[in-house]
Design a protein around this ligand. Structure first.
Ligand code: PLP
Length: 366
């Protein structure tokens, strides 16, 4: 049996260190913010090559507070990918702005800069790029467009711990299954802009920088010290774990190449990838997933319903066919197991099973 992901494996690898980290918090008597959160923020900022990191309660909060701190709100438009986890859209909606979805580059699954440029209007305040599946979006080209057109560029890096952020304010999730995952919810914004970091910190702490002085109507969204302590342990292993992910991705790319109808992910020239998800496409996706399940190989779909067709955006009036590429991905994408604790044998077994299943001629598929 090869599950898509077993979160216990990472915990088991680091159990003594995680135990010590949790014990440190227990004995500290400090259970909100404090030294542990501060230490993690400094260490994660350094890992990202950024000056500041502000821990918050989740990836969705990181995105929402980032947009709010940039002054984005009602009447503004934010360009987002049509194919992303719905949280990207929800953050824009949460601050009262309008999502302007753009179809992806079919090869990289990320925002296509040419289409982004065409979608910029007088109301556009920001481009919210997503490093989907862990591959960095085309930040160079997007940054150039943003500068030229006078809009902001920010990133949803929820799936991309370890990629080059290109100096762009970026929101992270530490949801347990992420490359850097906590033992619960958590998130952070990373930026070089001290004033922006300060505003996000205040917004997430009841709008307060100083106790009892509330400058704005903020929220309670703080990274938990227990999670910060766990994340500090895991952060020390992130590079090695990402290396293991890359090795597995390279094996998949090499050995699954050339199978008819099977589309493999492609990393754009000069881009970096943290290989959070290995997303293939196949016209008989559901059949392929069933065949792999019969071999006891777990897969997932990221994501079966594109945001524009979700109930949550029904009132926006999008129809089926509005974003054909996002819809095609929803119908054909399949995520193969890819995590640092997969063994070489398991990877070989997955490759063998995908080859066998995907090579069955269409007419033989019931
Ligand atoms: C692309 C993307 N954005 C945002 C989020 C939201 O993160 P969280 O679940 O921590 O709120 C996630 C993960 O769940 C994600 O994959």
């Amino acid at each position: 049996m090869i599950p898509f992901l077993d979160l216990r494996l990472a915990t088991e690898e680091l159990r003594p260190e995680i135990g010590q980290a949790i014990a440190r918090v227990l004995t500290s008597g400090c259970y909100i913010l404090g030294a542990e959160v501060e230490a993690f923020e400094n260490e994660f900022a350094a890992h990202c090559g950024a000056r500041h990191c502000v821990g918050v309660a989740s990836g969705l909060d990181a995105l929402t507070l980032l947009l709010r701190a940039l002054g984005i709100g009602a009447g503004d438009e934010v360009i987002v990918p049509s194919n992303t986890y719905i949280a990207t859209w929800l953050a824009v909606s949460a601050v009262g702005a309008r999502v302007v979805p753009i179809e992806p580059d079919v090869a990289t699954y990320n925002l296509d800069p040419l289409q982004v440029e065409d979608a910029i209007s007088s109301r556009t305040r920001a481009i919210l790029a997503v490093h989907l599946y862990g591959q960095a979006a085309a930040m160079g080209a997007l940054g150039e467009i943003a500068r030229r057109r006078g809009v902001m560029l920010v990133a949803d890096a929820a799936q991309a711990h370890g990629v080059n952020l290109g100096g762009v304010p970026s929101a992270f999730s530490f949801y347990p299954s992420k490359n850097l995952g906590a033992l619960g919810d958590g998130g952070a914004v990373v930026t070089d802009d001290a004033a922006l970091a300060g505003r996000i910190r205040a917004l997430g702490n009841y709008g307060s920088r100083k106790k009892h002085l509330n400058e704005v109507r903020g929220v309670n969204s703080r990274l938990d010290p227990m999670q910060a302590a766990v994340l500090r342990v895991k952060l020390q292993h992130l590079d090695e774990w990402n290396r293991r992910r890359r090795k597995i991705a390279e094996l998949y790319l090499d050995q699954l190449d050339g199978i008819p109808d099977l589309v493999l992910p492609r990393v754009a020239e000069g881009s970096s990838a943290a290989w959070h998800i290995f997303a293939i496409q196949h016209p008989r996706r559901d059949w392929l997933a069933r065949q792999l399940a019969l071999e006891e190989i777990g897969t997932m779909i990221h994501y079966p319903v594109p945001p524009h067709l979700s109930e949550a955006y029904r009132d926006a009036g999008y129809r089926r066919g509005a974003f054909p590429l996002a819809e095609r991905l929803a119908a054909q994408e399949l995520s193969l197991p890819l995590h640092p604790h997969l063994t070489g044998e398991q990877v070989e077994e997955i490759i063998g099973s995908v080859c066998l299943a995907a090579c069955v001629p269409m007419e033989d598929v019931a």
